[in-house]
Write a protein that binds this ligand. Structure first.
Ligand SMILES: C[S@@+](CC[C@H](N)C(=O)[O-])C[C@H]1O[C@@H](n2cnc3c(N)ncnc32)[C@H](O)[C@@H]1O
Length: 347
């Protein structure tokens, strides 16, 4: 799965509608209704109800207190993606791909993440201000009791569950390693995966109050509260409280400037035992300045939501070297084909 990519076949379908020639009009016209239909169907309960079984659209709309015409139109748009289908008797049902991602009983359910993307709409409405005046959203400056944290961190948790087992296996722990520091670790899924794979492992997660509160709930629900603790505070200020056999820095450096990244790597270095790995999982720009890939789409999102940027693996490797780490190994992951895991040991 390529998260955030335009679904397979959609461009071709748009192209067909426009006479087999993919034009920018196709993307501008079609991607908005597709995205919004998915988000609205999730938030209004249409997808949740369909996960229970086939439904007549008028009856479904009435059951959910929705308008029948709008419900059908939204369902038809989602059907173009292949996640639902219309049966000959007029009912709609979820397909196998829909069930995989959108049925709450699935281990790979992404409904909360999908619902969270509803919030992105307003942020993208400000894109012209970003381009004209450099104004961006500060995603992580919301008040600790803002309900957005639930939506954000539960969504990130669902994404993390898809790759955490493979990522945990890729972390080179020394024999006898028993402690990991997970900076900006939020929901704790990557730490929990390490704990599941290594008996005796304990994890310390550092995160902001709004995120940590949700993360503590998730860890407790997973029955891991005795092995995974949260340190609440700003990762640039909070006392990391101990020494560690490994550190994770996952999906955070794209929110930071190069100076902040170096400062963070140095702070982490100060609490790592010699030889302990720092692992930096993120989306990286292609070397050579070529940005026309998924990194360019998510790079815009990161810039919009923090004013920061994505970087190349060369840049981040150099900053690791300058911050007290040895040579960097770059790992690819089957479950996260667009990301890379950079690993370097504290010297
Ligand atoms: C995109 S999420 C990544 C969560 C997790 N590491 C993962 O890979 O799924 C970014 C996290 O960074 C946290 N964060 C942002 N700024 C922070 C700061 N100054 N100190 C601590 N955590 C921070 C956010 O609260 C959020 O939980």
């Amino acid at each position: 799965m390529r998260l955030g990519a335009i679904p397979d076949g959609l461009v071709e379908r748009i192209g067909l509608l426009l006479g087999k020639v993919p034009t920018p009009i196709g993307e501008a016209m079609y991607s908005m209704p597709v995205a919004r239909s998915l988000q609205v169907a999730q938030r209004t309960g249409i997808l949740g109800a369909l996960a229970e079984g086939p439904r007549d659209p008028a009856e479904l709309a009435e059951h959910l207190g929705l308008q029948a015409k709008g419900t059908v139109r939204v369902l038809d748009v989602i059907a173009t993606l292949g996640h639902v289908k219309q049966n000959p008797d007029g009912t709609y049902e979820m397909t196998a791909s829909g069930r995989r991602w959108l049925d709450p009983r699935s281990d790979t359910y992404l409904g909360d993440f999908l619902a969270d993307t509803y919030e992105y709409w307003d942020w993208y409405a400000g894109l012209e201000d970003l381009v004209r005046d450099g104004k961006h959203v500060e995603l992580h400056e919301k008040a600790a009791d803002d309900p957005y944290w639930q939506s954000y961190i539960r969504g990130q948790y669902q994404l993390a569950r898809l790759s955490s087992a493979e990522v945990a296996k890729a972390i080179p722990l020394a024999k006898g390693a028993h402690s990991v520091l997970d900076v900006a670790g939020a929901h704790g899924e990557f730490s929990m995966a390490l704990c599941r794979q290594h008996e005796g492992m304990r994890a310390t997660i550092v995160d902001l109050p709004g995120s940590a509160r949700v993360g503590e709930e998730i860890v407790a629900e997973a029955g891991m509260a005795e092995r995974v603790r949260h340190l609440v505070g700003d990762m640039f200020q909070v006392d990391y409280d101990g020494h560690y056999d490994a550190a994770l820095c996952f999906n955070i450096i794209h929110h930071l400037s190069p100076e902040q990244i170096r400062a963070l790597f140095q702070r982490i270095r100060a609490v790592l035992r010699p030889g302990a790995p720092l692992c930096v999982l993120d989306l990286y720009d292609r070397e050579g300045g070529q940005r026309a890939n998924l990194a360019s789409i998510l790079g815009l999102f990161f810039h919009l939501t923090s004013g920061a940027d994505t970087y190349t693996t060369d840049e981040v490797s150099r900053w690791m070297g300058e911050s007290g780490y040895g040579s960097v190994e770059i790992k690819s992951l089957r479950t996260l084909p667009d990301l890379r895991l950079l690993v370097a040991k504290a010297v």
